[in-house]
Design a protein around this ligand. Structure first.
Ligand code: C2E
Ligand code: CA
Ligand code: CA
Ligand code: CA
Length: 278
């Protein structure tokens, strides 16, 4: 289409067609992705800055498309949400992450905690039951499982959310607020919901390098989390400057390209060997 020349109308038109076709193909293929076993989880380590140990991992979904290759989540998660497939896919991710914890164990490797993302559309009245079933089925210690929720997930029906989250906490599951600081909600939910962790969004981590004001913000978030008895993970740490800034201000767990991008399970297994990051 780009070679079509000077007629911009034509170019525009044919690119629209290509995008529309691409989307249609993806939709058709996504419906079959689960049964065809095309979804996979990549794992990104969360490293303790004091000990260098891998404290946990975030499981991140990828789609191994038979023709298009590896498709990143921004291209298919929103589609899955629109198509009503995210519930099934998200539950699969929780089960797969739990099964992987057990596979690691069989290899003599300990993954102390695995974090799985939960979509707002997946967080339905039957969600808690499903998580319970998965934990029983896989015989994973519930304290190993962490669910990452964005503010949008819990803000829908706050009363129902508090109940569901409390049940999950009672089971022993950890609850993290993802992308903290990027939502629109008031901070009051932090004390109302039974959370265990706050994830400082990458945008703050990046900004902390650049200005004193942004640095103050990150320091304040860490202090606030401390005060509320929450763990803090800084995500998207790419440079050693960012690493030092976070750890000097009391942030003890870091996730980011500085240590590792999300990697396939075999590669991740190597990172789990003792003292990898010391
Ligand atoms: P997220 O939950 O905020 O995940 C963190 C994203 O930041 C990941 O992108 C990760 O690869 C990326 N990241 C980590 N460290 C760095 C870094 O140092 N620099 C940069 N530039 N990026 C970094 P990814 O894997 O492409 O996932 C994007 C989003 O897709 C996730 O954002 C999450 O919202 C969604 N997602 C992924 N897997 C799932 C899933 O299983 N279920 C649901 N509902 N959403 C998922
Ligand atoms: Ca996340
Ligand atoms: Ca995040
Ligand atoms: Ca994000």
């Amino acid at each position: 289409a780009k070679a079509a020349g000077k007629n911009s109308y034509l170019i525009y038109d044919s690119e629209m067609d290509a995008a529309g076709l691409d989307r249609l193909t993806l939709e058709t293929d996504l419906r079959r992705a689960m049964e065809r076993d095309e979804l996979v989880l990549y794992y990104q380590p969360q490293v303790n800055t004091r000990t260098g140990a891998v404290e946990g991992a975030e499981a991140l979904m990828r789609w191994m498309h038979p023709e298009q290759g590896l498709i990143p989540p921004f291209r298919f998660i929103p589609l899955a949400e629109e198509m009503g497939l995210i519930g099934e896919m998200g539950d699969w991710a929780i089960r797969e992450a739990c099964m992987q914890v057990q596979r690691f164990r069989e290899q003599g490797l300990v993954l102390p905690r695995v974090a799985v993302n939960v979509s707002a559309l997946q967080f339905t009245p039957s969600f808690v039951r499903k998580v319970k079933d998965i934990l029983e089925e896989t015989a994973v210690d519930p304290s190993v499982l962490q669910l990452e929720l964005t503010e949008g997930v819990v803000m829908g029906d706050t009363h129902a959310s508090v109940n569901a989250l409390s049940e999950l906490r009672e089971m022993g599951v950890s609850l993290s607020i993802d992308d903290f600081g990027t939502g629109y909600s008031s901070l009051s939910y932090l004390s109302r919901f039974p959370l265990t962790e706050l994830k400082i969004d990458r945008s703050f981590v990046i900004a902390a390098d650049k200005s004193e004001e942004d640095a103050s913000l990150v320091i304040a978030i860490i202090a606030m989390a401390r005060g509320l008895g929450l763990d803090v993970v800084a995500e998207g740490v790419e440079t050693s400057e960012q690493y030092h800034f976070i750890s000097e201000h009391g942030g003890t767990v870091i996730q980011g390209y500085l240590f590792s991008a999300p990697v396939p399970v075999d590669e991740f297994a190597d990172l789990l060997r003792p003292w990898h990051f010391v």
